[in-house]
Design a protein around this ligand. Structure first.
Ligand code: NAP
Ligand code: GLV
Length: 308
């Protein structure tokens, strides 16, 4: 028995996609369930605690998002219920496209030319070859590795940092506090693809930004909570940070009066770097639910202690 807790506007489309991939299971929306004890599996996006609270018999939760910080911190979900985040090749490909698009636009000075055009100024920027541009990643997970693989074809120097050392072919990898500082000092374009956890919240602060090469750029496609907004604005205004491309924010939608909207060196995207694709995500969820039923390993199990 499965119960879903999904975005209301999209719920019927999701139910159709999920029913097509898991026909053997009864699948119902969480809202309106009168006998919650019958349900042992939940498929969720970002459930509110009160949506999961009645489902005391849950034995497995599958997220349709890659980032699970809101589920990990959901007090209604007992700690011993296994939780899987979404690991979906379609999402990895989509995220890699977004990262490559942002990196190429920064590399080829698109924000500079947009500002020059707005001022009707013919203003050629210096040309830097891709091999002399160091693109560094915070995180070496599913989405960072897909992005690093796509960037390999474009010839950039590639660096990446993670909690534990993670060798990746052709990528200079770093770990730990000292590793982070060593990587930042060589970074022209920093791409954030960390999960939001107690250890990573606010990691992109004044200290981190001041450790980058002067004039470096930031691409944040992970979570708004990683960034200390005031420090980001200060670093941009001081010229320490050259450009910022932001896909995610503390509050989404980004409030109309937020200073990011009008800043000449910030480009705002409405959380669109790696959207969940219904068809592929439903297939991933179905495979995991079959694995759960048959006692086989589940893909993407979250370590609730680490928070990702
Ligand atoms: P993942 O596979 O879990 O990878 C996480 C990476 O972060 C791992 O390399 C991990 O290190 C590293 N990490 C975690 N905590 C760390 C710490 N304290 N210090 C250093 N490194 C740390 O995650 P993913 O699937 O790539 O997704 C990353 C995030 O992208 C998601 O959590 C979500 O927030 C965001 N996202 C955004 C969008 C969008 O549309 N903008 C779409 C999807 C996902 P280890 O390898 O050592 O464990
Ligand atoms: C989107 O941001 C996700 O975490 O899947």
């Amino acid at each position: 028995m499965l119960v879903t807790s999904l975005d209301q506007a999209e719920e019927s489309a999701w139910l159709a996609a999920l029913r097509a991939t898991i026909p053997a299971e009864e699948l119902v929306p969480a809202n309106g369930v009168t006998d919650p004890a019958r349900f042992d599996v939940a498929i969720v996006a970002n459930p509110r605690p009160e949506q999961l609270a009645p489902f005391a018999a849950l034995r497995f939760v599958q997220s349709l998002w890659a980032g699970v910080e809101k589920i990990v911190s959901n007090a209604a979900l007992p700690l011993d219920v296994p939780l899987a985040r979404l690991i979906d090749p379609t999402m990895s490909q989509t995220m890699a496209e977004a990262v490559a698009a942002h990196v190429l636009a920064l590399h080829r000075n698109h924000p500079h030319y947009r500002r020059a055009q707005n001022a009707r100024r013919w203003d050629e920027a210096a040309m830097v070859p891709a091999h002399a541009r160091a693109v560094a990643f915070l995180g070496t997970g599913e989405l960072a590795r897909a992005s690093l693989a796509l960037l390999a074809h474009l010839g950039f120097e590639r660096l990446a940092w993670s909690r534990a050392p993670r060798p990746i072919d052709g990528v200079r990898t770093f770990a730990g506090h000292e590793g982070l500082r060593a990587m930042l000092a060589q970074t022209d374009i920093l791409v954030n693809l960390l999960p939001l956890t107690p250890a990573t919240r606010g990691i992109v602060d004044g200290r981190l930004l001041s450790a980058l090469k002067p004039g470096a750029a930031l691409v944040n496609v992970a979570r708004g909570g990683h960034v200390v907004d005031a420090d980001l604005l200060a670093a941009l205004d001081a010229g320490q940070l050259g450009e910022a491309v932001l896909d995610v924010f503390h509050d989404e939608p980004l409030p109309p009066d937020h200073p990011f909207w009008a800043h000449p060196r910030i480009q705002v995207f409405p959380h669109v770097a790696g959207p969940t694709d219904m068809v592929s995500a439903a297939a991933v969820a179905a495979a995991n639910i079959r694995a759960f039923r048959e006692g086989r390993p589940i893909i993407g199990l979250v370590d609730r202690g680490r928070g990702y």
